[in-house]
Write a protein that binds this ligand. Sequence first.
Ligand code: PSU
Ligand code: MN
Length: 304
Amino acid sequence: MRVAPGGPAVIQVAPDVREALDSGRAVVALETTLVSHGFPAGEGLDVALEAERRVRDAGAVPATVGVLDGRVQLGLAAGELERFAAAGESARKAGPRDLAVCVAKGVLGATTVGGTLAACSAAGIRFLGTGGIGGVHRGFAERPDVSADLGELARARVLVVSSGVKSLLDVPATLEALEALGVPVLGWQAETLPLFYSAEGGPLVPATVATASEAAAIARAHWSLGRTGLLLAHPPAESLDVEALIETALAQASSERVTGQDVTPFVLSRIHRDTAGESVRINKRLIADNAALAAEVAVAYAAR
Ligand code: PSU
Ligand code: MN
């Protein structure tokens, strides 16, 4: 093994990703929390591979991010990706605060959107696709819980494509927080923010975009003016109303004293269980569609 002077590199970029970045070609980052924690055991790998495939089909290079063997890796080999899927809940959910701990302790860290954004900033990747970002949790006035996804979106110069904010959160409060942080929120051919599993019923977005090149132009203008990320909200192609299930699952989480980083995986797993696979199917589809849209925008951005 070759070790750089001063010790092994904390951040490692896969050769195909490095080459694409160096030649100004489109790169899309993907996260691993959804691979390890977002789906029933054994299903995460397919989700990850399908997202990578959709990124490639759209003409970009996927860089799936995770922490393993003491390094933050951007661009995972199939065998590495498999480790995140196989680990499931035993992989550490790695937000921005957890990256260094995972590196130094050699712990397998499945990066959240926030953790992935931090890695993107370090490596110069500008686009990320995911299912739904984290945000301000319901009941935040009694128990403050705000996802580090928001703080990192305020720092990273990255455009994130998601089906809005996960609807187990307080969606209007999250939109307000994004405004306070100066993060542009763009509705993809839509005037409202999607609610993750459903396209309709969310608050109005401040701006709508019609094409990938328009989204790329806004990102370019924003980055030349400011320093934050952007959220491109992509309504899911199919909708499922899970509000009643969310309320039940949140009540259960609170009575079982599930808190902090465990809340989101707990609620998602209840929804997946109680919809007999429908929510899993919709969640898989929207992740793949968001990866493809992120790639389209990345390609448009690289084209000029
Ligand atoms: N999208 C999905 N499933 C997920 C997530 C996104 O379809 O599990 C993950 C993302 O990694 C996001 C995290 O960053 O959920 C938010 O967790 P928290 O609310 O604890 O910040
Ligand atoms: Mn939290």
